[in-house]
Design a protein around this ligand. Structure first.
Ligand code: EPU
Length: 431
């Protein structure tokens, strides 16, 4: 038994070339769930999160809440978190190192316990991810930071103090942390230059449902009046716009036709406009998105990622295989992260061709026919891109590094099987 477990690895095996057809339901949003779960520890009460995705990042968040003294359990109705007995302030290293979102607990624990200790989130495969905006803004709210080489300890000697903050850039994570710090701070906090991603709106809506006073939700200036206490609530998490974009791209690239139930269309405009430019037809319904792909995808003039409502960086990787098979060459500009073209090395094994002009500019050579290969995911969205490429490729593709994909996709094989894909998750001995 021991020998078997040492040499087995999860592999997603895909027989490509099948046009996807049918319907699949879009899971709850990872990037909406993670900050909301961190925020639940602000509330000395019970919260029920409906539509929370069963992904490994969520399980990591549950482990952290449990380590801090909370109780968590998945029920039929959703994820229940009871944060009445939060007693700890130190995050377990193994969880913080396994994902980036441990950083969400910075604001939440400072607010609930007045102090926090966590391992420094390290570099990341999609580029350097500094936390200077989180730190400088919290310092303005009265927080004192002590850093060692690999650890951060922070405390608020006079409690958290409302103030005016101007963010150097609209960081999603920093905006989330500052909202969590501000909801129970003394007085008013104004955040200028806040991120406007839909996940920020979810966090604000959830906290307002618990008794917070946040105004300007969905805009780049937030006014937050601190309140003495928050109460629990039941909250429906939105569907995942990046998962919906992944499956829409899979349908498009295979020339299929499918309905993506509950796709959050209103948050997907920039992506859908781009798909339209590539000759993909779509129709929006109150309960989802109907996509009709094309065997001949058109190349868009240019693809540039941007903060919301611009084209999401998380879907940039996923579109790379589709751009490879399209009618011409395309320049892709990544404006958020400095190393988000890593997946091209694996896509080249499938006969994709890419010229990296700089860390942020990539030339995608079009008119390529992708071929099956054995490839390895190195990050979450890159991993999903490899699966999409495998669906379009001739012959069989095997994707390893499945643990990255499982961080954000509840069950990518189930969802794509619903659309008629021939895709299975296997345990293989690679030793
Ligand atoms: N930045 C700084 N200083 C800071 C904070 C950010 O320089 O203090 C820089 C980062 O280095 C990066 C840029 O600002 O270059 C954007 O970072 P941001 O803080 O906005 O991103 P994040 O909160 O770390 C979230 C998502 C990412 C998504 C980005 C951008 C979660 C858990 N993560 O990351 O999602 O790509 O926003 O939309 O919400 C993913 O789901 O695969 C993923 C990486």
């Amino acid at each position: 038994m021991e020998a078997k477990s040492l040499c087995t690895e999860k592999v997603i095996q895909i027989h490509g070339g099948i046009p996807l057809k049918g319907a699949t339901r879009i899971q709850g949003s990872k990037n909406a769930s993670l900050p909301v779960l961190a925020a639940s520890i602000l509330i000395p009460d019970t919260c029920l999160f409906m539509n929370c995705p069963k992904i490994t990042d969520v399980y990591q968040m549950m482990d952290i809440v449990s380590a801090l003294g909370g109780k968590t359990s998945f029920r039929d109705s959703g994820l229940e978190i009871d944060a009445r007995d939060i007693s700890g302030y130190a995050l377990p290293n193994e969880n913080v190192k396994a994902m980036r979102s441990g950083i969400c607990f910075l604001g939440a624990l400072l607010s609930r316990k007045g102090e926090v200790r966590l391992a420094l989130p390290g570099g990341c495969v999609i580029g350097d991810r500094p936390i200077d905006i989180h730190i400088h803004s919290l310092e303005k709210m009265g927080v004192v930071f002590q850093r060692t080489e690999d650890e951060l300890y922070a405390y608020a000697p006079k409690g958290l103090l409302g103030t005016t903050l101007r963010l150097r850039l609209p960081s999603v994570g920093a905006t989330e942390n500052l909202i969590m710090a501000a909801v129970k701070a003394q007085g008013e906090t104004i955040i200028y230059g806040a991120a406007k991603e839909p996940e920020i709106k979810t966090l604000c809506d959830f906290l307002n449902a618990c008794g917070a006073r946040i105004e300007g939700v969905g805009q780049d200036t937030l006014h937050i009046q601190g309140v003495a206490t928050l109460h629990g609530c039941e909250y429906q998490l939105p569907a995942d716009r990046i998962v919906a974009g992944t499956y829409a791209t899979a349908v498009a690239i295979t020339g299929g036709e499918a309905f993506l139930e509950e796709a959050p269309i209103k948050d997907m405009e920039a992506f859908l406009v781009l798909l339209g430019k590539m000759g993909v037809k779509y129709e929006c319904f109150p309960d989802g998105l109907y996509i009709v792909g094309s065997r001949t995808l058109q190349t868009p003039d240019y693809l540039k990622t941007d903060v919301y409502p611009g084209f999401p960086t998380d879907l940039q990787s996923i579109l790379l295989p589709a751009l490879s098979t399209a009618t011409g060459d395309c320049i892709v500009e990544e404006t958020l992260f400095d190393n988000r073209f890593g997946v091209t090395e694996e896509l080249m094994k499938m006969c994709g061709k890419y010229v990296k002009i700089s860390d942020r500019i990539l030339l995608v050579i079009g008119k390529r026919q992708l071929k099956g290969a054995t490839i390895k995911a190195g990050d979450l969205r890159g991993g999903a891109a490899l699966v999409v490429a495998g669906l379009a490729a001739q012959e069989t593709t095997s994707v390893t590094g499945v643990n990255y994909i499982e961080r954000g996709y509840e069950n990518i094989c189930r969802d794509l099987n619903n659309l008629g894909a021939r895709i299975v998750l296997k345990e293989e001995c690679l030793g």
